[in-house]
Design a protein around this ligand. Structure first.
Ligand SMILES: [Zn+2]
Length: 152
């Protein structure tokens, strides 16, 4: 996601990129399973080496739900407040790190499906509260796993 600062006159230019799953894997991110983020960079050139830019990210990121461990799609639509200023010594301006950082920032700390959206089967086995509902079942966690395998 590199903008060349050479070869265009003063004024505004819009650059578009796409951050896909491989983009996040290149950052060694294991949390993001799938990604499809459209990146729009509006750059304003005020002088040969004076360029400012606004960033807009929109699309989806897929992570694992904290509650049921099933894939959870997160809608991303973020316009960082930060105003980016081009490096004054280079002719290329790389936005990869900024795109990565702001995309990751838009993932909430508590990543859970909306109420009722979790996979009830996995929640049942993963939830600690669920054990209270079991009547005379032995308290060994392996008994729950045994049931899981037998039901298949
Ligand atoms: Zn869930």
């Amino acid at each position: 996601m590199i903008i060349s600062l050479d070869g265009w006159a003063a004024g505004e230019r819009t650059f578009r990129f796409h951050a896909d799953t491989e983009f996040f894997q290149a950052f060694d991110n294991k949390e993001i399973l799938e990604a499809g983020i459209d990146v729009e960079i509006k750059a304003v050139k005020e002088g040969t080496r004076k360029v400012k830019a606004d960033l807009h990210l929109s699309g989806t990121l897929t992570v694992l739900c904290d509650r049921c461990l099933e894939p959870l799609e997160i809608q991303v639509d973020t316009r960082p407040e930060e105003e980016f200023e081009a490096p004054s010594t280079e002719s290329d301006w790389d936005f990869s790190q900024a795109v990565y950082d702001y995309a990751c920032l838009s993932v909430p700390i508590h990543k859970v499906h909306p109420e009722g959206g979790c996979n009830p089967d996995t929640v049942k086995f993963l939830s600690h509260d669920g054990q209270k509902d079991e009547e005379a079942a032995p308290s060994s966690p392996f008994s729950a796993l045994k049931g899981l395998f037998e039901s298949k």
